[in-house]
Design a protein around this ligand. Structure first.
Ligand code: PLP
Length: 449
């Protein structure tokens, strides 16, 4: 019998996340072998310009030697330390303290997870604990945005308002509710930012009133919706939603899993609007994908209520073996150093106008209906008709043809099913790499025209 190839083994045994199983069996995997800076190399030897930072996470770019060193040193010294039962490790403690220094002043405590989904899940669990602790157990309803993405944990995927993550999974739960996405390009009220902001606030108020003001626990949102199609709300929207939550007496939970760590310019997107969330979820750029880690940050008021609720003896029963993993934490500390002292955040800010211009220039292309971005997070929306913004017939599978053409043009980005192309280049991109990105992107669009 011939020995199975890597592709055979993949088809036979590996389940890929968010992948059509049958199509994958036919097509097979694109096996990635190595990376350096903004480039990836696959098993066929093809060198690909990565315009998506892996999965919006490798914000530092690949092959950062100082991160490898930080991880190696920590693995040698102590590869694992539990956080349970009051044990801990130096890098985890230092990383928590560093995040508190960097985050909005409303957040002073950090719970570490393995990624974003379990950070959202931790938020949901701690919120339940909090309301029980303060004697409001009836606050069990959650509100999020249509097109929102908050991971795919068994409960959190109900706050993710994308059908793919709910169909056949018995979601959403009866306690999960949505309001409209703040989507300027497809807003029936037109592109007027103030009208859009006012409509979002009014919808949130109406939803809370409909559910019963004292039954609602929290509102979850991303500052810019990532997996929903890089929906960039108008400036002022985030602050208006935070203020509305405060007024309504519900918790405001900000999901900065994609938008954190310089992706939109500042360290966190909410900085630009001076927003003070009650909780914030983080992942991805926290360790730039060099090891898994996420975080849930919470206010002192929530922390203190949970502490009081547990009383002097009871442990708060939430935890994972790998919470606050010391190797991930050591990586996180070095990644944060690279963002700041290493100049990556500053480079991202300096390069953002070139990125924005490049996307905007493509509005002249016959396929492109909208171009939007903030910092180094952006999208092009392709339409069949620019006048009426009509979408392409899904039967054309245009997004698949685009992904294939991009690969042939040696560039990787995300082609969503509704023909929105998402971009999240690493913060280390040079001027030349951006030029290359737009050359290859234009060639890709021309190829599928
Ligand atoms: N929240 C947001 C906004 C995300 O974009 C993601 C992942 O893309 C998650 C949560 C889930 O994170 P993870 O995939 O690390 O579980």
């Amino acid at each position: 019998m011939t020995k199975p190839t890597l592709l055979d083994l993949d088809r036979q045994h590996l389940i890929h996340p968010v992948t059509n199983f049958r199509a994958h069996e036919k097509r097979g995997a694109t096996i990635l072998e190595s990376g350096s800076g903004a480039f990836l190399r696959d098993a066929s030897g093809r060198e690909l310009l990565d315009a998506f930072s892996g999965l919006w996470c490798v914000n530092t770019g690949y092959g950062q030697e100082s991160i490898v060193q930080a991880a190696t040193e920590q693995m040698r010294r102590l590869p694992y330390a539990t956080g349970y039962f009051s044990y801990g490790s130096e890098p985890a403690i230092r990383l928590a303290a560093r995040l508190v220094e960097l985050a909005p002043p409303s957040l002073s405590h950090v719970y570490f997870t393995q990624g974003g989904s379990d950070a959202v899940d931790a938020a949901i669990r701690y919120i339940a604990y909090y309301y029980n602790a303060i004697g409001q157990p009836g606050r069990t309803q959650f509100i999020s945005l249509q097109r929102g993405y908050h991971g795919s944990s068994s409960v959190g995927a109900g706050l993710t308002a994308l059908p793919l993550f709910q169909r056949h999974f018995n979601l959403p739960l009866p306690s999960q509710h949505y309001i409209s996405s703040p989507y300027p390009y497809r807003n029936p009220l037109g592109a007027d930012p103030q009208a859009l902001i006012a409509a979002s606030v009014a919808e949130l108020r109406a939803k809370v009133a409909q559910l019963g003001a004292d039954t609602v626990a929290a509102f979850f949102c991303e500052p810019i919706q990532g997996s929903g199609g890089v929906i960039v709300p108008p400036k002022g929207w985030l602050k208006a939603m935070a203020d509305a939550c405060r007024e309504l007496g519900i918790l405001f939970v900000l999901d900065e899993v994609i938008t954190g760590f310089g992706r939109t310019g500042p360290m966190f997107a909410c900085e630009a609007e001076g927003v003070a969330p009650d909780m914030m979820t983080l992942a991805k750029g926290l360790t730039a994908g060099y090891a898994p880690m996420g975080a849930l940050m919470m206010s002192d008021a929530i922390y203190q209520a949970i502490a009081e609720g547990a009383g002097p003896e009871l442990a708060v029963g939430h935890g994972q073996t790998y919470s606050a993993h010391p190797v991930s934490a050591a990586i996180g500390l070095e990644v944060l150093r690279l963002y700041q002292e290493g100049g990556l955040l500053a480079n991202g800010v300096a390069r953002a106008p070139q990125f924005e211009r490049g996307l905007r220039d493509l509005l002249a292309h016959p396929l492109v209906g909208d171009a939007r971005s903030r910092g180094l997070l952006g999208a092009l929306e392709l339409v069949a008709d620019k006048e009426d913004k009509r979408q392409f017939d899904p039967a054309l599978r245009l997004h698949e043809r685009i992904a294939q053409a991009a690969y042939e043009n040696n560039v990787v980005f995300r082609a969503f099913g509704d023909n929105i192309l998402g971009f999240a280049p690493a913060l280390c991109y040079t001027e030349d790499e951006f030029s290359l990105l737009f050359t290859r992107l234009k060639a890709t669009l021309d190829q599928v025209l």
